[in-house]
Design a protein around this ligand. Structure first.
Ligand code: CO
Length: 200
């Protein structure tokens, strides 16, 4: 039986290094989680929420899927959103896309990939909503633009959920942010798509 021993070795070393710096870290964390942030990002292995933001275990609640989508019928994402807002009471929801996203590129290029095409249909809708903005751009510029517009669309989708609408109605402090990450240089950029209440 293959046991991926090196991953267990890595894990031991990692847990030891944390305990060395903070002996109470795990016992403290085991009692509760109180993250301030919900991260909705792409499943891409190169965009790990904790590492790129320098956050420790316990500091960010994470949901990831292909192309960082928020789909109104996706019970998985909505359940994460509800738990984060109503139980954990996060203050910030961050939708983080990334340049060079394979899911976004597949939607742009209209190549067929099977089941995933149904998921990416939502990214194709983002092209349709903004069709005129793609005119005259080369492929790279179109991809960069679509990666950004897709993030903004998901920010809008989050704002429109009953969960966020109810939170704002109850006067809860809750901001929705749209960010994009560059795999090429490891830098995050704020897309200035922050929404803080239903009036905005
Ligand atoms: Co991606």
């Amino acid at each position: 039986m293959k046991t991926l021993q090196h991953l267990f070795d890595n894990n031991r070393a990692w847990a030891e290094s944390i305990k060395e710096k903070d002996p109470e870290f795990f016992s403290r964390l085991s009692k509760q989680q109180a993250p301030e942030y919900l991260w909705i990002g792409c499943s891409d292995s190169r965009v790990p929420a904790n590492q790129i933001t320098g956050l420790l275990p316990g500091e960010v609640f994470v949901h990831r899927n292909i192309a960082n989508m928020v789909v109104h019928t996706d019970l998985n994402c909505l359940s994460v959103l509800q738990f984060a807002v109503e139980v954990l009471k996060v203050k910030h929801i961050i939708v983080c896309g990334h340049y060079g996203c394979g899911g976004v590129e597949a939607a742009l290029d209209n190549h067929r990939h099977g089941l995933i095409d149904n998921w990416l249909r939502h990214v194709k809708d983002v092209i349709r909503f903004n069709a005129e903005r793609f005119d005259g751009l080369d492929h790279q510029a179109q991809l960069d633009l679509l990666c950004e517009l897709n993030v903004k669309e998901q920010v809008t989708n989050i704002c429109n959920t009953s969960i966020v609408q109810n939170a704002w109605k109850q006067g809860k402090e809750l901001s929705i942010h749209g960010w994009i990450y560059s795999i090429e240089n490891g830098i995050l950029k704020d897309l200035d798509a922050c929404v803080t209440s239903k009036e905005v």
